[in-house]
Design a protein around this ligand. Sequence first.
Ligand code: MN
Length: 133
Amino acid sequence: MWRILIVEDSPTNMMLTVEILRCEGHLLLQAENASKGIEIARQELPDVILMDIQLPDMDGLQATGLLKADPATAHIPIVALTAFAMKDDEQRILAGGCDGYIQKPVRYKEFLEALGSIMRQRGGAGPRGEESK
Ligand code: MN
């Protein structure tokens, strides 16, 4: 089980992402904008943050920059959720401090595989309560 913070302003995308992760038994925290996401991240120190890029109050990469600049939250892996598919965006996302990215719309199996692979690269450990594979 991971404690996962999802920062996403689209109710449809939020619902879909929550559905998938909840089925896997993860504990979810939700924020519909960047400032709320930053606040929750600082309070709750989640295991990973899924960060939408286009948010109403602040760019998701800007929010990522703030979290990575703060010693309290710098260690938390941040995975960008992006509808962008272009190479430039991939580089922009990784240069912006994100630990990886997942393309939207998220699809069940691909999404979980991508998230698992980013988490393994990042920490080496599997989800809590599981043997690492
Ligand atoms: Mn959005």
